[in-house]
Ligand binder design. Structure first.
Ligand code: IMP
Ligand code: MG
Length: 185
């Protein structure tokens, strides 16, 4: 059996650190959204957000609904400037909805600045963003997420939902791969 851990050069964030960061974000969300009468929707962006989404939803005490969208992003380690919606949010009651877009990582900022704008134009009452990881040094468009788990330097990371070439999403921690893994594909 191939052990994915052997492809990791260094662990950047441990499971315990991730867990603490999620607990913190959940508490902030509970404090920020009081009983407005509106629905709160956690909107996960497939596929990278699924691990964070699963952990986060269990720690939020107030009632929330969940949904998912899928957008195009990376091919390999190169970012593209445009955003395609591959799976849209199909519901009619957006004016009665406070949305928190749940992402794995904010990098260039392209995906989230586009999506937040898109959801506001569709009529959502409010749109915020929660991301597990943030790489602010990589921004190409101005974007500031409302809830950030952990800020990281400019590394290409995997694990906790994040992939390289669709692999390593299931690692329970966040790590950097050995250079030969990135270059031999
Ligand atoms: P952005 O639109 O450039 O902010 O890119 C966001 C998307 O790029 C994320 O949802 C990830 O899928 C992907 N991405 C950015 N940085 C990394 C990384 O270090 N590892 C894995 N995926 C990444
Ligand atoms: Mg992604």
């Amino acid at each position: 059996m191939h052990d994915m851990n052997e492809d990791v050069e260094k662990k950047l964030i441990t499971e315990e650190e991730l867990d603490r960061a999620v607990t913190d974000i959940a508490a902030r969300i509970d404090a920020d959204y009081d009983d407005s009468g509106r629905k709160l929707l956690l909107l996960g962006i497939l596929k990278g957000s699924v691990v964070f989404m699963g952990d986060l939803m269990k720690k939020i005490r107030r009632p929330v609904e969940i949904d998912f969208m899928k957008v195009s992003s990376y091919t390999g380690t190169l970012t593209r400037g445009r955003v395609d919606i591959l799976l849209d949010l199909r519901r009619g009651d957006l004016h009665n909805l406070d949305i928190i877009v749940v992402e794995d990582i904010v990098d260039s900022g392209n995906t989230l600045s586009y999506l937040v704008n898109y959801l506001k134009l569709k009529g959502a009452n409010s749109v915020r963003c929660a991301t597990m990881l943030d790489k602010p040094s990589r921004r190409k468009v101005p974007f500031t997420p409302d809830y950030v788990g952990i800020e990281i330097p400019d590394y290409f990371v995997v694990g906790y939902g994040l992939d390289y070439d669709e692999k390593y999403r299931t690692l329970p921690y966040v790590g950097v791969l050995k250079p030969e893994i990135y270059s031999t594909r």
